[in-house]
Design a protein around this ligand. Structure first.
Ligand code: IVH
Length: 669
């Protein structure tokens, strides 16, 4: 191609690519597919390679990055980058509002509320419409110059739209979209690379790559929300309009902003997003509240490092970092070896966490979690805390990779991990760990509810050979219990009375207590209610079982397999001989019963019932229990510390009831 033609084509391609970028990132209205964009970009790269004189510093081709830096140079901020004071509840927001209104005097106050994006604050410097350089926040006065890496972020404009801005520092947050983060991890998994722990840490790592081509591959995003030094005509007078001004210049700003005339509006906004944060494609950790009037902001000024005109409302924390002291192994009741993390105790959202789950060996290895690592621990809602992944930047010395033991840590038998299965298992069916877990499960609150037979006693009974299986509980005597440490007369009498009392719990509880794979409290209640007796259940084929609501092929197969085992049938006979009730009131079939056609979601801690118990009662009355709130949910039964499910219910207008109201629906049970 002759050079003038090439120059023309390059200019046309740049315009097309810039427009596509703007439509995609700012207007959120893409008109070019990713593949078309990539094809045009490829054409431009080839053109520039063939004609290096056509290269420009603001060509979209610079977004692919280049290997440059060996260290980052310091980036002094014209105006300091501030931090914000925090508020953790409505009262603290009201106190903030009172301070502001007092200092404002007669000037009317209103606020702009924005999502607090959980990323990294950066500052971008533009001169005469062109991106010149950009840096991290650092200590607020001096950061690091990461200009080359920032150029690869497609939602950061290389040229400003419109004229009139001579110079400007634009501030905002670089972040990772969840979808881009998941896609990155999927690519890494396919390539056999270790997985990244969370979007924020990964964004931080990506921004500090010395090779900007690696930053480009990570696909970071950017939202603008503030300015530093400005030399521009037609500058707006409120924060709300400032965001519109930034959008006109070509920056992506977050769409979920709200002007709030009163602090009640502010609080309503924080509550709304506390419940809906998971619906976003990026992580937020709170709401930033700013006095809307920029002149009033100026007047209010600063205390030390924090502005008096803004505050960050922080959601309850869900993640924290702490040291992983040791990876322990629990042996479950089906013999699975379950790794768990022993942690240096850490506070997460007001709860001290010192243990967390680690899923399985494959997961630990994919995430490359090692003893001695600093790890990210996550605790959300009712779920057990889990280790999300290591903070690799903190791994100062060599640490040993994790391997699963080849022998059961409890009985020493071989460990088997069948091809294609995630979990390793102890091969010894009479492993004391499995027997202990079975006893514990049987006696637990949602099952036979035998007070006094908890972890300690269940383990002692098995380890001291007082019982071989759960039927042995019913053959215990005062003399035998007295051989165990710390068993006084009164404790023994109570324990025996509780064991005897458990005989009447009925078939649903027995089934749940047996710990059959895939038979939780609700499936147990369904199976017991539909079969009526243990004999009918044991005689049922897989096809028979699948006639029950919610019982699929896998559950049915697991149940029949369980009852085909001679040892399990013998156990049932021992329970029967001991006088354990093995029948259940027939459940109303679908369409009948007081709760027929109604769907429930249980959340939080109820005053008197476990969630298993409540679920069982609902199912027995013909209702259904699901785990996620949707428009189809009839009631959400909420207890204390109910989390996002409650807020979701509120936003969908689903009726929320407490335990008492549930009992009324059940007919005063
Ligand atoms: S305004 C004085 N707006 O939160 C104004 N900050 O604790 C300073 N952040 O360092 C920042 N989203 O990294 C502002 N919409 C938003 C924000 C936001 C996230 C971060 C930012 C800042 C920190 C303040």
């Amino acid at each position: 191609m002759p050079v003038p033609r090439a120059a023309e084509r390059a200019a046309a391609l740049r315009k097309q690519l810039d427009d596509a970028n703007y439509r995609y990132h700012v207007l959120d209205d893409p008109q070019l597919s990713d593949a078309d964009y990539d094809a045009l970009l490829r054409e431009l790269i080839d053109l520039e390679e063939a004609n290096p004189q056509l290269r420009t510093f603001d060509s979209p081709t610079v977004r692919v990055g280049s290997a440059v830096a060996s260290v980052f140079s310091p980036y002094p901020h014209g105006k300091p980058m501030l931090s914000l004071g925090n508020a953790f509840d409505g009262n603290e927001l009201r106190a903030f509002d009172e301070r502001v209104r007092k200092l404002a005097g007669d000037v009317p106050v209103s606020y702009t509320c924005e999502l607090k994006i959980d990323g990294l604050a950066i500052s971008l410097h533009y001169e005469n419409g062109a991106f010149v350089r950009g840096g991290t926040r650092g200590d607020g006065t001096v950061g690091e110059d990461v200009s080359e890496n920032l150029r690869t972020v497609r939602s950061i404009p290389l040229k400003l739209r419109g004229k009139g801005v001579r110079a400007i520092d634009v501030r905002g947050e670089v972040y990772f979209k969840r979808s881009d983060f998941d896609a990155l991890n999927a690519r890494r998994e396919a390539a056999g690379q270790t997985l990244f722990a969370n979007p924020r840490n990964t964004a931080a790592g990506a921004l500090r790559q010395l090779d900007a081509r690696l930053t480009a591959e990570r696909r970071l995003s950017f939202f603008a929300y503030a300015v530093g030094a400005v030399d521009a005509a037609g500058f707006p007078s409120t924060q709300f309009d400032l965001l519109a001004f930034l959008r006109e210049l070509g920056f992506a700003t977050n769409p979920h902003v709200r002007r709030a005339p009163t602090i009640d509006d502010v609080i309503a906004f924080t509550e709304k997003w506390d419940g809906e944060r998971d619906s976003l494609d990026y992580e937020i950790d709170g709401i930033v509240i700013k006095v809307d009037d920029l002149a009033l902001q100026e007047k209010l000024g600063y205390t030390g490092k924090d502005p008096r005109w803004a505050i960050a409302y922080k959601f309850r924390a869900r993640e924290a970092t702490t040291k992983l002291l040791r990876i322990g192994i629990n042996v479950g009741r089906t013999g699975t070896l379950n790794p768990y993390a022993e942690l240096e105790p850490v506070q997460i959202g007001g709860v001290t966490v010192s243990n967390a789950t680690l899923h399985n060996e494959g997961d630990i290895r994919r995430k490359d979690i090692r003893e001695g690592d600093v790890v990210v621990v996550r605790r959300a809602g009712d779920v057990i805390p889990q280790v999300v992944g290591p903070v690799l930047a903190e791994r100062k010395k060599k640490l040993k990779e994790f391997t699963m033991p080849t022998h059961c840590p409890v009985c020493g038998f071989d460990v088997d991990r069948p091809e294609g299965e995630a979990m390793a298992r102890c091969t010894n069916a009479t492993c004391p760990a499995q027997r202990r877990e079975r006893v514990r499960q049987f006696a637990s609150r949602g099952a036979m509810d035998i007070e006094g037979v908890g972890d300690v006693l269940a383990f002692a009974l098995v380890d001291e050979g007082l019982i071989d299986d759960v039927s042995g509980l019913y053959a215990l005597t005062a003399e035998r219990l007295a051989t165990l440490p710390r068993m006084g007369e009164k404790t023994i009498a109570n324990t025996l009375a509780n064991i005897a009392g458990s005989k009447q719990r009925g078939l649903a509880r027995v089934l749940f207590g047996l710990g059959i794979r895939m038979v939780g409290a609700q499936n147990a209640a369904i199976l017991a209610g539909d079969c009526g007796t243990i004999d009918a259940l044991m005689a049922a084929s897989e096809a028979d079982l699948m006639l029950s609501d919610g019982i699929g092929a896998q559950i049915a197969a697991s149940v029949t397999l369980f009852f085909q085992q001679e040892a399990n049938r013998a156990l049932i006979e021992r329970l029967r001989t001991a006088g354990v009730e093995l029948t259940a009131p027939k459940r109303e079939r679908a369409g009948v019963g007081p709760l027929a056609g109604k769907t429930f979601v249980l959340t939080g801690t109820l005053p008197n019932l476990t969630r298993e118990e409540a679920g069982e009662m609902i199912v027995a009355a013909g209702g259904k229990v699901t785990s996620a709130v949707s428009k189809k949910t009839t009631y959400v039964v909420a207890g204390e510390e109910a989390g996002s499910k409650l807020t979701k219910a509120e936003s969908l207008g689903v009726e929320i009831i407490d335990e008492e109201a549930l009992r009324e629906l059940l007919g005063g049970a």
